[in-house]
Design a protein around this ligand. Structure first.
Ligand SMILES: [Zn+2]
Length: 534
């Protein structure tokens, strides 16, 4: 880009009318990557994401009046090409720009070469995904062979401004997904397909699976794939009942979908005494039972999470009319069909359920929860804990997470995130049926010290936290609730809210995910989804 870059960036900020957020990007939890590089990648994805979704009929009048008919026509004629070249483009970080870049000083690109050359030392310019996207659209104009710098800048600003002003006043920036291929006819034939529907985000796809089908959704091109699956060995009918879904823990891993089925406990009585699991093998499109060998003891209210390729179950309550809290668990490997026991040693957290459980790249983190069984309604802060530990499966040892100054108060269902070097504990509840907590703290395992997080901006920022979704973006902690998408910046200790992104049609059965680029909402009840482009 030429000198117009500075002007161009200020234009983007001017028309976007929103505070820039602190480098929201990246896809891997705890990747610890360089925030600017992650943000640039995010910007590229965001660029074609919005270009693809812009509705040419919704260009606001004030914008139209600022562009010549030639410019507007250029945009109409080339929008599809821009999407295409940006989808194929790869960021190529260099110490020096190649000679053909002439007087460009940050980045450049040319037709017939999918690379967007970016100067490494200029990476800090990519402060947020919108700024990065503006740069990428500019380069996209060059990628399709247009050398005019002014046009490249104006197309970039026009695209971002149109997107920002396209007008979804009730639910800004939510875009409906293409309908899933599972038809109403399929559902009519078997209503259980809806109730027994499992959802998880894995790598780059949303997986939705049930007894008879598995589907995957690709947000990049808004498309679905669906496969029927063979009969499975699990007695699904046994578990079919109003509350049973709450005792099913779904996880989609690279190899396929796992459903860990806990024992059930309804209205104060044990109704289903055994816990078991089933695995849907993606390759074979068939179910099989998970082995019981070395499996954790039967339990309910389990803590569950996943590593890159294994499911993890830890804690919960024993299957009994007088249950005990547990501090045991295991890793399940779906490829080998084996369990690896999580060891118990003097540093293992005390038995608990309702705790936060997180895989932090190479260790398992446990924090908070309820220490003794308590009937719902009788739960008070006295039973809640505010400690935890890390478990290293290589050394099979636990390392306590010390409480102390600035540690979050006792709570259940806290949201955990791993930054690559620190553990974030946020939100949760300190009693049932009470509003969710809005505080949190950050733990450094090296110094064994906590520091508090600044509180979110306003009392209405989030709504019910317990239905929210906390995540690490690569550079910030994001919190996605039915009311809002907000990001916490560790360096400045401050939150920024991405508007009141009221989730369209959020229901109890809805599920929220963060792909690393956009928010995903899936409503189990009507099999519909939506994407949020912040
Ligand atoms: Zn240029």
């Amino acid at each position: 880009m030429k000198r117009e870059l500075v002007l161009f960036l200020s234009l983007v900020l001017l028309v976007s009318c929103e505070k820039p957020i602190g480098g929201n990007g990246g896809s891997e939890v705890g990747n610890g990557g360089d925030p600017e590089f992650v943000t640039a990648e995010h910007g590229l994805r965001y660029a074609y994401g919005i270009l693809e979704r812009i509705d040419p009929n919704q260009v606001p009048a004030f914008l139209k009046s600022q562009y010549s008919s030639t410019e507007l026509q250029w945009f109409t004629d080339h929008r599809a090409d821009l999407v295409k070249v940006l989808k194929e483009a790869r960021l190529h970080w260099v110490d020096e720009l190649p000679p053909f870049c002439e007087d460009h000083t940050v980045a450049c690109a040319r037709a017939g070469d999918p690379r967007i050359y970016v100067l490494k030392k200029e990476a800090p310019r990519f402060k947020n995904h919108r700024e990065a996207a503006g740069n990428m659209i500019h380069e996209g104009v060059h990628l399709i062979g247009e050398a005019n710098e002014t046009l490249a800048n104006r197309v970039a600003v026009f695209s971002l401004a149109t997107w920002n002003n396209m007008g979804h006043p009730e639910a800004p920036h939510w875009i409906g997904m293409t309908d899933s291929p599972l038809t109403q006819e399929d559902v009519n034939k078997d209503p259980y397909l809806l109730r027994w529907q499992y959802v998880d985000w894995s790598q780059d796809r949303l997986y939705v699976w049930d007894e008879r089908f598995f589907q995957s959704y690709n947000p990049v091109n808004d498309s679905w794939e669906m496969k029927p699956v063979a009969e499975n060995p699990f007695d699904w009918k046994r578990s079919k009942g109003t509350f049973a879904i709450q005792s099913h823990y779904p996880m989609w891993l690279e190899a396929g979908g796992i459903v860990y089925v806990a024992c059930r406990f309804n209205y104060g009585a044990l109704t289903e005494a055994n816990a078991s699991g089933v695995f849907l093998d993606k390759q074979r499109a068939a179910w099989r039972a998970m082995t019981d060998v070395d499996a954790p003891s039967d339990r309910m209210y389990v803590g569950f999470t996943k590593t890159e390729n294994r499911a993890v179950i830890w804690g919960g309550q024993s299957c009994s009319n007088t249950p005990n809290a547990l501090n045991t668990g295991g890793f399940y490997d779906p490829k080998q069909d084996t369990w690896e026991t999580i060891e118990v040693d003097p540093s293992t957290p005390t038995p608990r359920y309702g705790h936060g459980l997180l895989w932090s790249k190479d260790r398992l983190a446990v924090w908070g929860g309820v220490s003794v069984y308590q009937r719902p309604g009788e739960l008070g802060v006295a039973q809640l804990v505010n400690d935890g530990a890390f478990y290293d499966p290589k050394s099979k040892t636990w390392e306590p997470i010390v409480s102390g100054a600035n540690a979050p108060g006792p709570r259940m269902d806290p949201h955990l995130a791993w930054t690559g070097s620190e553990l974030i504990v946020f939100g949760g509840r300190d009693a049932r049926n009470k509003p969710a907590l809005t505080d949190g703290a950050i733990y450094n395992p090296r110094t064994k010290k906590w520091r508090p997080m600044a509180p979110p901006a306003g009392p209405h920022s989030f709504g019910p936290f317990d239905q929210g979704y906390g995540f690490w973006t690569g550079s910030t902690f994001g919190f996605f609730s039915p009311q809002s998408l907000s990001f916490y910046d560790l360096r400045s200790d401050s939150w920024s809210e991405q508007g009141r992104a009221v989730v369209p049609g959020y229901e109890r059965d809805s599920v929220l995910f963060w792909t690393g680029f956009e928010g995903v909402l899936w409503k189990r009840n009507d099999r519909k989804g939506a994407l949020l482009y912040p």
